[in-house]
Design a protein around this ligand. Structure first.
Ligand code: ADP
Ligand code: MG
Length: 215
């Protein structure tokens, strides 16, 4: 079961992981964008880390927790990543609305619903060299793993691996969306920063799932 403590621990781990990779993410964005992706996401992560204790103390509804995170992202984070990641959390939150705990299948549905929200807002799909190149394949393998009755840790491990492969794939393709698309074919050979953030997110969730299993 994935409840409030689990979700807060996951959000904490994700935020810390992003902050640790702030410079790497800026570096990636420097090559094909404006070099601020790490700064944008670390700013968001620091705000979330500050908000988490109060959320843990006052909010049991998983949907409301994700809604809060999404609203913070949209209102506080600059660049295109703010609204896009914010929409991801808001849409994922809709799936969890009114629930104090969820099953693995719901978690995957929340991830996929968030992914669809990003695709709709960004008018992008797989192969456009965006965060979606990590999100869609991760959602697919997690769906399969959940349908096969795998544990949270197994599901998230599969998702993190698929996201990592998606990140590798972004190096091979040309950007069709976002700032990187201004480079045309010169964007080929570079790794997408947003996809990298999704990989970090899933890797952190996997780590927390392993820790929770061990408890
Ligand atoms: P900005 O591009 O405004 O500087 P960031 O640097 O924070 O914002 O985020 C860049 C990332 O956002 C890209 O690496 C890509 O993954 C993602 N992105 C950009 N445009 C889109 C889009 N239309 N749809 C989905 N993701 C996008
Ligand atoms: Mg940028």
């Amino acid at each position: 079961m994935f409840g409030k403590e689990y979700m807060i621990a996951a959000l904490e781990a994700i935020s810390q992981n992003i902050i640790e990779h702030e410079e790497d993410l800026n570096h990636l964005d420097n090559a094909i964008g404006d070099g601020d992706h790490g700064t944008n996401m670390a700013r968001f992560s620091r705000i979330i880390l500050k908000d988490l204790p109060e959320l843990l103390a006052t909010q049991d509804d998983l949907g409301e927790i994700l809604h809060h995170v999404g609203m913070r992202c949209i209102s506080e984070v600059g660049g295109s990543a703010g609204p896009l990641f914010g929409t991801f959390f808001l849409q994922a939150g809709m799936v969890c609305k009114g629930k104090t705990s969820i099953e693995a299948a719901d978690l995957v549905t929340a991830f996929e619903t968030g992914t669809m929200g990003v695709a709709q807002l960004g008018k992008a799909y797989e192969g456009d060299k965006t965060m979606l190149d990590a999100m869609f394949p991760a959602g697919r393998v997690m769906q399969e793993a959940a349908a096969a009755g795998k544990s949270f840790a197994e599901i998230l491990n599969a998702g993190a691996e698929a996201a990592q492969n998606g990140v590798e794939y972004t190096k091979t393709i040309q950007a069709n969306r976002g700032r990187a698309s201004y480079l045309g074919t010169r964007s080929i050979g570079h790794q997408d920063p947003g996809a990298t953030t999704i990989m970090l997110l899933l890797q952190s969730m996997y780590k927390v799932a392993v820790e929770k299993n061990a408890e």
